[in-house]
Write a protein that binds this ligand. Structure first.
Ligand SMILES: Nc1nc2c(ncn2[C@@H]2O[C@H](COP(=O)(O)OP(=O)(O)O)[C@@H](O)[C@H]2O)c(=O)[nH]1
Ligand SMILES: [Mg+2]
Length: 318
């Protein structure tokens, strides 16, 4: 997503200041001082229009972004509220374009052009100030969405498990490019997103600290929604268990989390026991992200789901 390139959304005053400055510097080039007031109003309204359009265009069309982003925006603020704010900016931009030329013309016709100019500028300022809250709100949205993890619609493994079981270690180990740390607005912890190149294709791995690492009863409503958004990303969920219990959580709790995840989701779940260098646990795939033991087997298992999901998409019976 190109979210990280959304520039800061200017405040109403910043838009006005910059538009006045741009208009004023344009005026310096004009030889004909008679029409200075008219030209100034024209230039200010044009500059305001251009800046507001730029704000609108810097935001993605939330109808066409991957569902993950739409979900998050909807959970955080409600899509309607964001659309309304963008609509407000659009309204002000249109106002400046529609009324600017008329205001400029009145300035030319007037006996007292400088007074009429001031009035015109005051009206333009008032319109921009009417969308002050929209601009502030959009900047808040911008500050959050620009730090979201980059995710695409490719095959995605969401890695779940209690804290310290080795989720991040696993992603770091299997990623062929350095994983990126991003933020997920519902948790203070950084989320790691990694990719593994498999031939010409890729597999995406995403971490879930603070999201899919403890029992559901502890979750608030918004956290449950945040969890759903994360799960919706998953082609398969990899649940990591630490049989050594070095993570600090008893096996019983870890398996309870696994069963909860099983109840909660429709996507396939792959279970793996990590830290086999300390404790080997019969009946499961064991791996160690420390020694690398078993990691290939885990990847092969995940790959098998990938083939299956490809076949499903092509309508080939599995
Ligand atoms: N002995 C051993 N330690 C591991 C293994 N995998 C992870 N760790 C350690 O467990 C701790 C937590 O790992 P981390 O990947 O941060 O866990 P996360 O909280 O689930 O992301 C770190 O100190 C790792 O070095 C493993 O296979 N064997
Ligand atoms: Mg971690």
């Amino acid at each position: 997503m190109e979210f990280e390139s959304i520039p800061t959304v200017p405040t109403a005053d910043e838009i006005l200041d910059r538009s006045f400055r741009r208009a004023a510097s344009k005026m310096k080039l004009k030889k004909n001082k008679d029409r200075a007031n008219e030209e100034f109003v024209r230039a200010v309204s044009q500059a305001i229009h251009d800046r507001l359009v730029k704000v609108m265009q810097s935001f993605p069309d939330f109808d066409s972004v991957p569902a993950f982003y739409r979900d998050i925006v909807d959970i955080m603020w409600g899509l309607d509220r964001v659309r309304k704010a963008l609509g407000g900016v659009g309204w002000a931009a249109r106002w400046a374009r529609t009324h600017g030329p008329g205001l400029a013309y009145q300035t030319r016709k007037s006996e007292n052009p400088s007074q009429i100019r001031k009035r015109a500028v005051a009206r333009l300022s008032s319109v921009v100030h009417q969308i002050e809250d929209d601009l502030l709100f959009l900047n808040e949205v911008r500050n959050v969405i620009r730090k979201l993890p980059h995710v695409s619609d490719e095959f995605t493994v969401v890695v779940a498990g209690y804290p310290n079981v080795g989720k991040s270690s696993f992603i770091r180990l299997v990623s062929t490019a350095t994983p990126v740390v991003a933020s997920y607005p519902f948790t203070t912890k950084g989320i790691i997103v990694g990719h593994r190149a498999i031939g010409r294709e890729r597999m995406q791995f995403i971490d879930t600290p603070g999201v899919l690492d403890r029992p559901a009863e502890d979750r608030s409503g918004i956290e449950r929604q945040a969890l759903t958004a994360m799960i919706n990303l998953a082609s398969v969920i990899l649940v990591i268990i630490d049989a050594s219990e070095h993570c600090g959580y008893p096996l019983e709790d870890q398996f309870r989390l696994l069963h909860e995840v099983e109840e909660m989701v429709d996507v396939p779940i792959q279970v793996v026991v990590n830290k086999s260098d300390i404790t080997y646990f019969d009946g499961y795939i064991n791996m160690s992200t420390e020694t690398g033991e078993g990691v290939d087997e885990v990847l092969e298992n995940l790959m098998a789901y990938r083939k299956k999901s490809d076949e499903e998409m092509q309508g080939i019976p599995g």
